[in-house]
Design a protein around this ligand. Structure first.
Ligand code: GLC
Length: 469
């Protein structure tokens, strides 16, 4: 990206100069709570840091799980062999075959499977049977049914791990809520489903979260990578923590390792009410309409599953107050999630390019009567919601950079649809991380498919660890 393009993304901030000042005054009153000043940001940072420390203790208290992944190594170029990878976290389940030769990865073979709602909300056992049947289809179509392959399982939900291949589900998030899985060992549930079929030879070598996969894949691409971030349907981050700070360790802590990857599960930051001072009436409404009310507070402020709906509930409020759309609502606008993250990105795209085409189309598709003032306000809302998202994510990343205290450059590997498609987020993140961690050198790197490639690499690391023990 050229430097000019980057500044355009930061500078073309939509204004309200052409909107009736009476409307602007009312609008600002209703949206001011979404703006976070420096004092509030520092307060959030302090709480985040305290919660991280709490989460690392033996009987973790607080809202951050700080899950120990038991991964003490990053790829070192010695990874070899063929691995299966599974990626479960959304409506699209993937099975991949990855080949590593002298640490280099060839293009994986991938197959996608849609996870229907009745599976996502049905019985746990049936869900794992579905995963095993997808593995079977994948191997059969690649003539590999008889192969005994180690498997890396990316399971993008909060889990409590006891080792690299034992993980209990803490709670479902996003669009999943299968019965009988919370508190169970999901590796065992998958292995049981594989054994129930009796026609598969695969064996789970490692389980990981998508942030961990992103960090591992990031480290494979760039040796300075120490943080993995997902900004997609959900959001979460992981980082390399000094082993002496990690008290939540099952079994004996190996004496020869210095760092371990910690999966923060910061989507749940604030579930204990500690940052309720930033919660607006719009956030409350989005939460109330979500699948798992009162949980995953932090990610509901900005992750892809929710960010569009925040805009929608603000639009509804403004229409009810007579500030936009001639005070009229439409059935579509009143429909939960009819305004998604990709619409927010299209509006932001219009703002950056100083056009209105996307905004007009969106208003028409939502059956809204609109004029130029409405478009200006719509653009402004999408900007302030995006700006708040970037500030909240940046404050956590800035804390991590300071906490890790690494000399020199630290690369942050990022994956996720929100980050990839939002036209301004990358620029805003860079701006705010630099502001909140002024003494750190960092760079943001899109590390696509950490959930797939990272799972294969982690299975390879797990094998290396096993051999060396
Ligand atoms: C949710 C999950 C978390 C995952 C994130 C991104 O927050 O709880 O485990 O990393 O979504 O997919």
């Amino acid at each position: 990206m050229s430097p000019n393009a980057e500044s355009k993304e930061i500078e073309n901030i939509p204004g309200l100069e052409k909107v009736d000042p009476v409307k602007v005054e009312k609008y600002e009153k209703l949206t001011n709570p979404l703006k976070l000043n420096d004092e509030t940001m520092l307060k959030i940072r302090k709480i985040f840091e305290d919660e991280m420390d709490l989460g690392l203790q033996v009987n973790p208290k607080g809202c951050l799980q700080m899950a120990n992944t038991y991964i003490p190594q990053l790829p070192d170029g010695s990874e070899e062999g063929e691995y299966l990878a599974l990626d479960l976290g959304g409506t699209n389940f993937r099975v991949l075959l990855l080949k590593l030769e002298h640490g280099k990865m060839a293009d994986p073979i991938v197959k996608h499977f849609h996870v229907r709602e009745d599976i996502r909300l049905g019985k746990g056992e049936a869900m794992f049977d579905f995963l095993a049947s997808c593995i079977h289809q994948f191997l059969e179509s690649n003539n590999m049914l008889s192969r005994k392959l180690p498997l890396g399982f990316t399971f993008s939900f909060p889990m409590y791990q006891k080792s690299l291949s034992c993980a209990h589900l803490v709670s479902w998030t996003k669009s999943f809520n299968c019965e009988g899985v919370v508190d169970q060992d999901v590796v065992k549930m998958l292995n049981d489903a594989i054994h129930r079929r009796g026609d598969l030879q695969v064996e789970v070598a490692a389980i990981l979260n998508d942030t961990t996969g992103t960090l591992i894949n990031g480290a494979y691409l760039d040796g300075t990578c120490s943080i993995g971030l997902i900004l997609g349907t959900g959001s979460n981050a992981c980082y390399l923590e000094k082993v002496e700070r990690v008290k939540n360790w099952e079994g004996e802590k190996p004496s020869d390792i210095k760092e371990v990857i910690i999966d923060i599960e910061d989507g749940a930051f604030g579930d204990n009410g500690v940052i309720d001072f930033i919660k607006t009436e719009y956030d409350r409404e989005v939460d109330n309409k979500s699948l798992l009310v009162n949980s995953f507070t932090f990610e509901k402020y900005f992750a892809g599953q929710y960010i569009g709906d925040i805009v929608r509930v603000i639009l509804v409020k403004l229409a009810q107050e007579g500030i936009i759309f001639g005070g009229k609502l439409s059935t579509k606008l009143l429909t939960h999630q009819c305004f998604n993250a990709s619409l927010l990105s299209s509006v932001e795209q219009d703002s950056i390019q100083m056009t209105t085409t996307n905004c007009r189309k969106i208003c028409q598709d939502l059956d809204l009567e609109y004029d130029d003032e409405d478009i200006a306000i719509l653009k402004h809302i999408c900007y302030i919601v995006s700006d708040r998202a970037a500030k909240l994510v940046s404050i956590t990343l800035a804390s991590l950079l300071d906490r890790m205290d690494k000399p020199g450059l630290v690369t942050i590997a990022i994956d996720g649809s929100l980050y990839k498609h939002h036209p301004r987020l990358d620029a805003l993140l860079k701006k705010y991380i630099a502001k909140f961690a002024p003494n750190r050198q960092f760079c943001l790197m899109l590390a696509e498919d950490g959930s797939g490639k990272g799972a294969g690499l982690t299975a390879a690391i797990a094998q290396r660890l096993r051999k060396s023990n």
